[in-house]
Design a protein around this ligand. Sequence first.
Ligand code: TGC
Ligand code: FAD
Length: 392
Amino acid sequence: MRPDLFEAPDYYNLDDLFSEEHLLIRDAARQWVKRDVSPIIEEYAQKAEFPKQIIKGLAEIGAFGPYIPEEYGGAGLDQISYGLIMQEIERGDSGVRSTASVQSSLVMYPIFTYGTEEQRKKYLPKLASGEWMGSFGLTEPNHGSNPSGMETKYKDMGDHYLLNGAKLWISNSPFCDIAVVWAKNEEGRIHGLIVERGMEGFTTPETHNKWSLRASATGELIFDNVKVPKENLLPNKSGLGAPLGCLDSARFGIAWGAIGAAMDCYDTALRYAKERVQFGKPIAATQLQQKKLAEMITEITKAQLLAFRLGQLKNQGKATTAQISMAKRNNVEMAINIAREARQVLGGMGITGEYSIMRHMMNLESVITYEGTHDIHLLITGADITGMPAFQ
Ligand code: TGC
Ligand code: FAD
Protein backbone atom coordinates (compact mmCIF):
# COMPACT_ATOMS: atom_id res chain seq x y z
CA MET A 1 0.00 0.00 0.00
CA ARG A 2 1.14 3.55 -0.74
CA PRO A 3 2.22 5.98 2.01
CA ASP A 4 -0.71 7.51 3.88
CA LEU A 5 -0.92 11.12 2.63
CA PHE A 6 -4.43 11.71 4.03
CA GLU A 7 -5.61 15.30 4.39
CA ALA A 8 -9.02 15.62 6.02
CA PRO A 9 -11.68 17.61 4.18
CA ASP A 10 -13.42 20.31 6.27
CA TYR A 11 -15.45 22.25 3.71
CA TYR A 12 -17.75 24.00 6.20
CA ASN A 13 -15.06 24.81 8.78
CA LEU A 14 -16.41 22.34 11.30
CA ASP A 15 -13.15 22.54 13.18
CA ASP A 16 -14.39 25.90 14.48
CA LEU A 17 -17.18 24.07 16.29
CA PHE A 18 -14.98 21.54 18.06
CA SER A 19 -13.32 22.33 21.39
CA GLU A 20 -9.56 22.33 21.73
CA GLU A 21 -9.84 19.02 23.57
CA HIS A 22 -11.84 17.50 20.70
CA LEU A 23 -9.17 18.55 18.21
CA LEU A 24 -6.34 17.20 20.34
CA ILE A 25 -8.09 13.84 20.76
CA ARG A 26 -8.93 13.63 17.08
CA ASP A 27 -5.44 14.57 15.94
CA ALA A 28 -3.84 12.04 18.29
CA ALA A 29 -6.07 9.32 16.84
CA ARG A 30 -5.32 10.55 13.30
CA GLN A 31 -1.57 10.41 13.84
CA TRP A 32 -1.80 6.98 15.41
CA VAL A 33 -3.78 5.64 12.43
CA LYS A 34 -1.20 7.07 10.02
CA ARG A 35 1.68 5.56 11.97
CA ASP A 36 0.36 2.22 13.20
CA VAL A 37 -2.65 1.24 11.08
CA SER A 38 -2.21 2.46 7.50
CA PRO A 39 1.19 0.79 6.91
CA ILE A 40 -0.02 -2.68 7.89
CA ILE A 41 -3.77 -2.84 7.38
CA GLU A 42 -3.86 -3.88 3.73
CA GLU A 43 -1.61 -6.86 4.43
CA TYR A 44 -3.80 -7.99 7.35
CA ALA A 45 -6.98 -7.53 5.31
CA GLN A 46 -5.46 -9.54 2.46
CA LYS A 47 -4.56 -12.40 4.79
CA ALA A 48 -7.89 -12.04 6.70
CA GLU A 49 -6.32 -11.57 10.10
CA PHE A 50 -6.94 -9.11 12.91
CA PRO A 51 -3.70 -7.24 13.74
CA LYS A 52 -3.59 -7.93 17.48
CA GLN A 53 -0.51 -5.76 17.95
CA ILE A 54 -2.66 -2.61 17.57
CA ILE A 55 -4.75 -3.34 20.69
CA LYS A 56 -2.32 -1.44 22.93
CA GLY A 57 -2.40 1.61 20.64
CA LEU A 58 -6.20 1.55 20.52
CA ALA A 59 -6.24 1.65 24.31
CA GLU A 60 -3.69 4.49 24.37
CA ILE A 61 -5.74 6.76 22.08
CA GLY A 62 -8.76 6.21 24.34
CA ALA A 63 -10.69 4.04 21.88
CA PHE A 64 -11.80 1.56 24.56
CA GLY A 65 -14.52 3.22 26.62
CA PRO A 66 -13.89 6.87 25.72
CA TYR A 67 -16.96 8.01 27.69
CA ILE A 68 -16.58 5.55 30.58
CA PRO A 69 -15.52 7.44 33.75
CA GLU A 70 -11.82 7.49 34.55
CA GLU A 71 -12.33 5.71 37.89
CA TYR A 72 -13.15 2.58 35.86
CA GLY A 73 -10.21 3.04 33.47
CA GLY A 74 -12.18 4.87 30.75
CA ALA A 75 -11.15 8.22 29.28
CA GLY A 76 -14.08 10.19 30.76
CA LEU A 77 -14.66 12.03 27.47
CA ASP A 78 -17.85 13.34 25.88
CA GLN A 79 -19.81 11.80 23.02
CA ILE A 80 -18.34 14.03 20.31
CA SER A 81 -14.87 12.85 21.32
CA TYR A 82 -16.10 9.27 21.04
CA GLY A 83 -17.45 10.04 17.56
CA LEU A 84 -14.23 11.67 16.43
CA ILE A 85 -12.14 8.73 17.62
CA MET A 86 -14.41 6.33 15.69
CA GLN A 87 -14.17 8.56 12.60
CA GLU A 88 -10.40 8.50 12.64
CA ILE A 89 -10.13 4.76 13.25
CA GLU A 90 -12.57 3.95 10.45
CA ARG A 91 -10.61 6.28 8.19
CA GLY A 92 -7.99 3.56 8.56
CA ASP A 93 -10.30 0.54 8.44
CA SER A 94 -13.91 -0.27 9.40
CA GLY A 95 -12.78 -3.59 10.89
CA VAL A 96 -10.48 -1.87 13.36
CA ARG A 97 -13.30 0.53 14.25
CA SER A 98 -15.54 -2.51 14.77
CA THR A 99 -13.18 -3.89 17.37
CA ALA A 100 -13.23 -0.57 19.22
CA SER A 101 -17.02 -0.14 18.87
CA VAL A 102 -17.72 -3.57 20.28
CA GLN A 103 -15.31 -3.14 23.18
CA SER A 104 -16.68 0.32 24.08
CA SER A 105 -20.38 0.35 23.29
CA LEU A 106 -21.31 -3.29 23.38
CA VAL A 107 -19.15 -4.65 26.21
CA MET A 108 -18.03 -1.80 28.48
CA TYR A 109 -21.29 0.16 28.12
CA PRO A 110 -23.61 -2.65 29.31
CA ILE A 111 -21.27 -3.60 32.15
CA PHE A 112 -21.10 0.05 33.22
CA THR A 113 -24.82 0.74 32.74
CA TYR A 114 -26.50 -2.52 33.73
CA GLY A 115 -23.80 -4.11 35.92
CA THR A 116 -23.04 -4.16 39.64
CA GLU A 117 -20.23 -2.16 41.22
CA GLU A 118 -18.24 -5.42 41.60
CA GLN A 119 -18.66 -6.18 37.90
CA ARG A 120 -17.59 -2.67 36.93
CA LYS A 121 -14.45 -2.92 39.05
CA LYS A 122 -13.61 -6.42 37.91
CA TYR A 123 -14.01 -5.94 34.16
CA LEU A 124 -13.88 -2.28 33.07
CA PRO A 125 -10.24 -1.37 33.84
CA LYS A 126 -8.96 -4.50 32.07
CA LEU A 127 -11.21 -3.81 29.07
CA ALA A 128 -10.12 -0.16 28.93
CA SER A 129 -6.45 -1.13 28.83
CA GLY A 130 -7.01 -3.84 26.24
CA GLU A 131 -5.71 -6.53 28.61
CA TRP A 132 -9.09 -8.20 28.10
CA MET A 133 -11.07 -8.05 24.89
CA GLY A 134 -14.82 -8.49 24.75
CA SER A 135 -17.54 -9.55 22.32
CA PHE A 136 -21.31 -9.01 22.22
CA GLY A 137 -23.68 -11.86 21.44
CA LEU A 138 -27.14 -10.84 20.26
CA THR A 139 -27.55 -12.20 16.70
CA GLU A 140 -28.39 -15.88 16.25
CA PRO A 141 -28.58 -18.16 13.22
CA ASN A 142 -32.40 -17.80 13.12
CA HIS A 143 -32.73 -14.28 14.54
CA GLY A 144 -30.82 -11.34 13.05
CA SER A 145 -33.05 -8.31 12.48
CA ASN A 146 -35.55 -9.75 14.94
CA PRO A 147 -33.53 -10.46 18.10
CA SER A 148 -36.66 -10.66 20.27
CA GLY A 149 -37.13 -14.21 18.92
CA MET A 150 -33.77 -15.39 20.30
CA GLU A 151 -33.49 -19.04 21.34
CA THR A 152 -30.41 -18.87 23.59
CA LYS A 153 -31.64 -19.55 27.11
CA TYR A 154 -30.49 -20.05 30.66
CA LYS A 155 -31.89 -21.97 33.58
CA ASP A 156 -31.55 -21.22 37.27
CA MET A 157 -29.78 -24.23 38.83
CA GLY A 158 -29.71 -22.82 42.35
CA ASP A 159 -26.04 -21.95 42.74
CA HIS A 160 -25.40 -21.11 39.03
CA TYR A 161 -27.11 -20.58 35.68
CA LEU A 162 -26.96 -23.18 32.90
CA LEU A 163 -26.60 -21.50 29.48
CA ASN A 164 -27.42 -23.14 26.13
CA GLY A 165 -27.61 -21.76 22.60
CA ALA A 166 -25.54 -20.18 19.83
CA LYS A 167 -24.72 -16.73 18.53
CA LEU A 168 -23.57 -16.05 14.96
CA TRP A 169 -21.69 -13.19 13.28
CA ILE A 170 -19.94 -12.05 16.43
CA SER A 171 -17.14 -9.49 16.05
CA ASN A 172 -14.04 -10.25 18.17
CA SER A 173 -15.43 -13.69 19.10
CA PRO A 174 -12.38 -15.76 18.09
CA PHE A 175 -10.06 -13.95 20.52
CA CYS A 176 -12.41 -12.48 23.12
CA ASP A 177 -11.67 -13.01 26.81
CA ILE A 178 -15.28 -12.33 27.79
CA ALA A 179 -18.61 -12.14 25.99
CA VAL A 180 -21.70 -10.16 26.97
CA VAL A 181 -24.41 -12.60 25.95
CA TRP A 182 -28.14 -11.96 25.69
CA ALA A 183 -30.34 -14.91 26.63
CA LYS A 184 -33.85 -15.67 27.87
CA ASN A 185 -34.64 -16.99 31.33
CA GLU A 186 -37.30 -19.60 32.01
CA GLU A 187 -40.01 -16.90 31.88
CA GLY A 188 -38.77 -15.77 28.45
CA ARG A 189 -37.30 -12.48 29.75
CA ILE A 190 -34.03 -11.32 28.12
CA HIS A 191 -31.00 -10.72 30.38
CA GLY A 192 -27.31 -10.08 29.80
CA LEU A 193 -24.73 -12.54 31.13
CA ILE A 194 -20.95 -12.22 31.19
CA VAL A 195 -19.41 -15.44 29.89
CA GLU A 196 -15.66 -15.89 30.32
CA ARG A 197 -13.27 -17.81 28.08
CA GLY A 198 -12.34 -21.05 29.77
CA MET A 199 -15.83 -21.79 31.09
CA GLU A 200 -16.56 -25.42 30.19
CA GLY A 201 -18.82 -25.79 27.13
CA PHE A 202 -18.07 -22.29 25.76
CA THR A 203 -16.43 -22.25 22.31
CA THR A 204 -15.83 -19.49 19.72
CA PRO A 205 -15.24 -20.90 16.20
CA GLU A 206 -14.08 -18.35 13.62
CA THR A 207 -16.13 -17.53 10.49
CA HIS A 208 -13.93 -17.74 7.40
CA ASN A 209 -14.24 -16.71 3.74
CA LYS A 210 -15.51 -13.18 4.32
CA TRP A 211 -15.02 -10.70 1.47
CA SER A 212 -15.70 -7.85 3.88
CA LEU A 213 -14.23 -6.68 7.19
CA ARG A 214 -11.35 -9.07 6.62
CA ALA A 215 -9.09 -7.40 9.19
CA SER A 216 -11.74 -7.98 11.87
CA ALA A 217 -12.18 -11.42 13.41
CA THR A 218 -15.78 -12.66 13.26
CA GLY A 219 -17.13 -15.89 14.67
CA GLU A 220 -19.69 -17.77 16.69
CA LEU A 221 -20.34 -18.09 20.40
CA ILE A 222 -21.51 -21.59 21.29
CA PHE A 223 -22.88 -22.48 24.72
CA ASP A 224 -23.24 -26.15 25.51
CA ASN A 225 -24.43 -26.44 29.11
CA VAL A 226 -22.14 -23.61 30.25
CA LYS A 227 -22.23 -23.07 34.01
CA VAL A 228 -22.32 -19.30 34.50
CA PRO A 229 -21.80 -18.00 38.07
CA LYS A 230 -24.80 -16.06 39.34
CA GLU A 231 -22.69 -12.97 39.94
CA ASN A 232 -22.13 -12.78 36.14
CA LEU A 233 -25.73 -11.73 35.40
CA LEU A 234 -26.15 -8.01 34.59
CA PRO A 235 -28.93 -7.19 37.06
CA ASN A 236 -29.92 -3.60 36.36
CA LYS A 237 -31.93 -3.93 33.14
CA SER A 238 -33.78 -6.72 31.37
CA GLY A 239 -35.90 -7.10 28.25
CA LEU A 240 -34.95 -6.33 24.64
CA GLY A 241 -34.48 -2.69 25.60
CA ALA A 242 -31.23 -3.66 27.38
CA PRO A 243 -29.31 -4.80 24.25
CA LEU A 244 -31.06 -2.15 22.14
CA GLY A 245 -29.72 0.51 24.51
CA CYS A 246 -26.18 -0.70 23.75
CA LEU A 247 -26.93 -0.55 20.04
CA ASP A 248 -27.86 3.13 20.34
CA SER A 249 -24.32 3.82 21.51
CA ALA A 250 -22.64 1.66 18.87
CA ARG A 251 -24.78 3.01 16.03
CA PHE A 252 -23.87 6.55 17.09
CA GLY A 253 -20.18 5.62 16.74
CA ILE A 254 -20.81 4.09 13.31
CA ALA A 255 -22.53 7.28 12.10
CA TRP A 256 -19.22 9.05 12.77
CA GLY A 257 -17.01 6.18 11.69
CA ALA A 258 -18.54 5.98 8.22
CA ILE A 259 -17.52 9.60 7.63
CA GLY A 260 -13.91 8.53 8.15
CA ALA A 261 -14.12 5.84 5.47
CA ALA A 262 -15.79 8.32 3.09
CA MET A 263 -13.17 11.01 3.75
CA ASP A 264 -10.38 8.56 2.98
CA CYS A 265 -12.00 7.53 -0.33
CA TYR A 266 -12.65 11.16 -1.31
CA ASP A 267 -9.14 12.29 -0.41
CA THR A 268 -7.59 9.41 -2.34
CA ALA A 269 -9.75 10.07 -5.40
CA LEU A 270 -9.09 13.82 -5.36
CA ARG A 271 -5.32 13.34 -5.18
CA TYR A 272 -5.36 10.67 -7.90
CA ALA A 273 -7.56 12.76 -10.19
CA LYS A 274 -5.20 15.72 -9.95
CA GLU A 275 -2.18 13.56 -10.79
CA ARG A 276 -3.59 11.20 -13.42
CA VAL A 277 -3.22 12.59 -16.93
CA GLN A 278 -5.36 11.34 -19.83
CA PHE A 279 -5.95 13.07 -23.16
CA GLY A 280 -3.22 15.53 -22.26
CA LYS A 281 -4.72 16.89 -19.02
CA PRO A 282 -5.39 15.76 -15.44
CA ILE A 283 -8.67 13.84 -15.22
CA ALA A 284 -9.58 16.28 -12.38
CA ALA A 285 -9.97 18.93 -15.08
CA THR A 286 -12.80 17.00 -16.73
CA GLN A 287 -16.41 17.80 -15.90
CA LEU A 288 -17.37 14.18 -15.29
CA GLN A 289 -14.72 13.62 -12.61
CA GLN A 290 -15.45 17.01 -11.03
CA LYS A 291 -19.11 16.02 -10.75
CA LYS A 292 -18.10 12.91 -8.82
CA LEU A 293 -15.71 14.80 -6.54
CA ALA A 294 -18.05 17.74 -5.95
CA GLU A 295 -20.91 15.43 -5.03
CA MET A 296 -18.63 13.49 -2.67
CA ILE A 297 -17.57 16.56 -0.71
CA THR A 298 -21.18 17.78 -0.57
CA GLU A 299 -22.37 14.47 0.90
CA ILE A 300 -19.46 14.26 3.35
CA THR A 301 -20.20 17.79 4.56
CA LYS A 302 -23.89 16.99 5.10
CA ALA A 303 -22.96 13.82 7.00
CA GLN A 304 -20.49 15.74 9.17
CA LEU A 305 -23.19 18.25 10.12
CA LEU A 306 -25.65 15.47 10.93
CA ALA A 307 -23.11 13.71 13.14
CA PHE A 308 -22.07 16.90 14.89
CA ARG A 309 -25.65 17.83 15.81
CA LEU A 310 -26.32 14.26 16.90
CA GLY A 311 -23.22 14.48 19.09
CA GLN A 312 -24.56 17.63 20.75
CA LEU A 313 -27.90 15.92 21.38
CA LYS A 314 -26.16 12.83 22.75
CA ASN A 315 -24.05 14.97 25.08
CA GLN A 316 -27.28 16.50 26.40
CA GLY A 317 -28.84 13.03 26.82
CA LYS A 318 -31.49 13.96 24.24
CA ALA A 319 -30.58 11.86 21.18
CA THR A 320 -33.41 9.44 20.37
CA THR A 321 -33.03 5.94 18.94
CA ALA A 322 -34.72 7.16 15.75
CA GLN A 323 -32.34 10.11 15.37
CA ILE A 324 -29.38 7.76 15.80
CA SER A 325 -30.87 5.36 13.23
CA MET A 326 -31.25 8.15 10.71
CA ALA A 327 -27.61 9.18 11.08
CA LYS A 328 -26.29 5.59 10.93
CA ARG A 329 -28.37 4.86 7.84
CA ASN A 330 -27.61 8.10 6.02
CA ASN A 331 -23.90 8.19 6.75
CA VAL A 332 -23.17 4.56 5.90
CA GLU A 333 -25.05 4.83 2.62
CA MET A 334 -23.19 8.07 1.90
CA ALA A 335 -19.87 6.31 2.54
CA ILE A 336 -20.59 3.25 0.42
CA ASN A 337 -21.75 5.42 -2.49
CA ILE A 338 -18.60 7.52 -2.23
CA ALA A 339 -16.43 4.41 -2.12
CA ARG A 340 -18.06 3.16 -5.33
CA GLU A 341 -17.64 6.51 -7.11
CA ALA A 342 -14.08 6.99 -5.83
CA ARG A 343 -13.16 3.53 -7.08
CA GLN A 344 -14.22 4.57 -10.57
CA VAL A 345 -12.12 7.74 -10.43
CA LEU A 346 -9.06 5.51 -10.01
CA GLY A 347 -9.95 3.34 -12.99
CA GLY A 348 -8.17 -0.02 -12.88
CA MET A 349 -5.88 1.10 -10.06
CA GLY A 350 -8.99 1.37 -7.88
CA ILE A 351 -9.36 -2.38 -7.61
CA THR A 352 -5.87 -2.95 -6.22
CA GLY A 353 -4.62 -3.02 -2.65
CA GLU A 354 -2.25 -0.19 -3.53
CA TYR A 355 -5.11 2.10 -2.54
CA SER A 356 -7.57 1.80 0.33
CA ILE A 357 -10.80 2.37 -1.60
CA MET A 358 -11.76 -1.19 -2.55
CA ARG A 359 -11.11 -2.36 1.04
CA HIS A 360 -13.35 0.43 2.38
CA MET A 361 -16.03 -0.45 -0.17
CA MET A 362 -16.06 -4.11 0.81
CA ASN A 363 -15.95 -3.26 4.54
CA LEU A 364 -18.93 -0.95 4.19
CA GLU A 365 -21.03 -3.86 2.90
CA SER A 366 -20.87 -5.19 6.47
CA VAL A 367 -21.32 -1.80 8.07
CA ILE A 368 -24.54 -1.25 6.10
CA THR A 369 -25.81 -4.62 7.40
CA TYR A 370 -24.68 -4.82 11.01
CA GLU A 371 -26.02 -2.84 13.93
CA GLY A 372 -29.37 -2.92 12.12
CA THR A 373 -29.64 -3.26 8.36
CA HIS A 374 -30.29 -0.31 6.06
CA ASP A 375 -33.91 -1.50 5.78
CA ILE A 376 -34.41 -1.79 9.53
CA HIS A 377 -33.19 1.77 10.09
CA LEU A 378 -35.60 3.03 7.46
CA LEU A 379 -38.39 1.17 9.26
CA ILE A 380 -37.31 2.70 12.59
CA THR A 381 -37.65 6.17 11.02
CA GLY A 382 -40.97 5.15 9.47
CA ALA A 383 -42.30 3.89 12.78
CA ASP A 384 -41.15 7.07 14.51
CA ILE A 385 -42.83 9.50 12.12
CA THR A 386 -46.06 7.55 11.62
CA GLY A 387 -46.42 5.86 14.99
CA MET A 388 -47.09 2.64 13.05
CA PRO A 389 -44.28 0.03 13.30
CA ALA A 390 -44.11 -1.92 10.04
CA PHE A 391 -41.57 -4.56 11.12
CA GLN A 392 -44.04 -7.43 11.06
P1 TGC B 1 -39.66 -3.05 20.19
O1 TGC B 1 -41.02 -3.54 20.54
O2 TGC B 1 -39.51 -1.84 19.35
O3 TGC B 1 -38.84 -2.78 21.55
C1 TGC B 1 -38.71 -3.80 22.56
C2 TGC B 1 -38.46 -3.10 23.88
O4 TGC B 1 -37.24 -2.36 23.81
C3 TGC B 1 -37.47 -0.97 24.05
N1 TGC B 1 -36.58 -0.24 23.19
C4 TGC B 1 -35.47 0.36 23.62
N2 TGC B 1 -34.96 0.51 24.84
C5 TGC B 1 -33.79 1.18 24.97
N3 TGC B 1 -33.13 1.67 23.92
C6 TGC B 1 -33.61 1.53 22.67
N4 TGC B 1 -32.94 1.98 21.62
C7 TGC B 1 -34.82 0.85 22.47
N5 TGC B 1 -35.58 0.53 21.39
C8 TGC B 1 -36.63 -0.14 21.85
C9 TGC B 1 -38.94 -0.77 23.71
O5 TGC B 1 -39.48 0.34 24.38
C10 TGC B 1 -39.53 -2.07 24.22
O6 TGC B 1 -39.60 -2.01 25.63
P2 TGC B 1 -40.76 -2.79 26.44
O7 TGC B 1 -40.49 -2.44 27.86
O8 TGC B 1 -42.04 -2.27 25.88
O9 TGC B 1 -40.56 -4.26 26.15
O10 TGC B 1 -38.85 -4.27 19.59
P3 TGC B 1 -39.05 -5.10 18.27
O11 TGC B 1 -38.92 -6.54 18.61
O12 TGC B 1 -40.29 -4.67 17.51
O13 TGC B 1 -37.75 -4.70 17.41
C11 TGC B 1 -37.56 -3.46 16.89
C12 TGC B 1 -36.29 -3.47 15.99
C13 TGC B 1 -36.54 -4.25 14.72
C14 TGC B 1 -36.06 -2.01 15.66
C15 TGC B 1 -35.10 -4.05 16.76
O14 TGC B 1 -35.28 -5.39 17.00
C16 TGC B 1 -33.80 -3.86 16.01
O15 TGC B 1 -33.17 -2.81 16.13
N6 TGC B 1 -33.34 -4.88 15.21
C17 TGC B 1 -32.04 -4.84 14.58
C18 TGC B 1 -31.11 -5.78 15.29
C19 TGC B 1 -29.70 -5.26 15.37
O16 TGC B 1 -29.43 -4.10 15.17
N7 TGC B 1 -28.78 -6.12 15.72
C20 TGC B 1 -27.43 -5.72 15.92
C21 TGC B 1 -26.63 -6.81 16.55
S1 TGC B 1 -25.10 -6.27 17.22
C22 TGC B 1 -24.15 -5.91 15.90
O17 TGC B 1 -24.53 -5.93 14.79
C23 TGC B 1 -22.77 -5.56 16.22
S2 TGC B 1 -21.78 -5.19 14.88
C24 TGC B 1 -20.49 -4.66 15.79
C25 TGC B 1 -19.41 -4.05 15.08
O18 TGC B 1 -18.55 -4.83 14.63
O19 TGC B 1 -19.34 -2.77 15.04
P1 FAD C 1 -31.78 -10.83 8.29
O1 FAD C 1 -32.40 -10.27 9.52
O2 FAD C 1 -32.09 -12.25 7.94
O3 FAD C 1 -32.16 -9.89 7.08
C1 FAD C 1 -32.05 -10.30 5.71
C2 FAD C 1 -32.67 -9.21 4.84
O4 FAD C 1 -34.06 -9.08 5.17
C3 FAD C 1 -32.04 -7.83 5.08
O5 FAD C 1 -31.96 -7.14 3.86
C4 FAD C 1 -33.04 -7.15 5.98
O6 FAD C 1 -33.01 -5.73 5.88
C5 FAD C 1 -34.34 -7.71 5.50
N1 FAD C 1 -35.41 -7.67 6.50
C6 FAD C 1 -35.41 -8.25 7.74
N2 FAD C 1 -36.53 -7.95 8.39
C7 FAD C 1 -37.27 -7.16 7.58
C8 FAD C 1 -38.54 -6.50 7.68
N3 FAD C 1 -39.28 -6.59 8.79
N4 FAD C 1 -38.99 -5.79 6.63
C9 FAD C 1 -38.23 -5.66 5.50
N5 FAD C 1 -37.04 -6.25 5.33
C10 FAD C 1 -36.55 -6.99 6.36
N6 FAD C 1 -24.24 -9.33 15.71
C11 FAD C 1 -23.98 -9.36 17.04
O7 FAD C 1 -24.85 -9.66 17.86
N7 FAD C 1 -22.73 -9.05 17.50
C12 FAD C 1 -21.71 -8.71 16.67
O8 FAD C 1 -20.60 -8.43 17.14
C13 FAD C 1 -21.96 -8.69 15.26
N8 FAD C 1 -20.94 -8.44 14.39
C14 FAD C 1 -21.16 -8.58 13.04
C15 FAD C 1 -20.08 -8.52 12.15
C16 FAD C 1 -20.28 -8.72 10.78
C17 FAD C 1 -19.12 -8.69 9.85
C18 FAD C 1 -21.60 -8.95 10.30
C19 FAD C 1 -21.84 -9.13 8.83
C20 FAD C 1 -22.66 -9.02 11.16
C21 FAD C 1 -22.47 -8.86 12.54
N9 FAD C 1 -23.52 -9.02 13.46
C22 FAD C 1 -23.27 -9.02 14.83
C23 FAD C 1 -24.84 -9.42 12.99
C24 FAD C 1 -25.67 -8.30 12.37
O9 FAD C 1 -26.16 -7.44 13.35
C25 FAD C 1 -26.78 -8.95 11.56
O10 FAD C 1 -26.18 -9.52 10.41
C26 FAD C 1 -27.87 -7.96 11.17
O11 FAD C 1 -28.56 -7.50 12.31
C27 FAD C 1 -28.86 -8.57 10.17
O12 FAD C 1 -29.28 -9.85 10.54
P2 FAD C 1 -29.21 -11.07 9.48
O13 FAD C 1 -27.84 -11.08 8.90
O14 FAD C 1 -29.70 -12.27 10.17
O15 FAD C 1 -30.18 -10.64 8.33
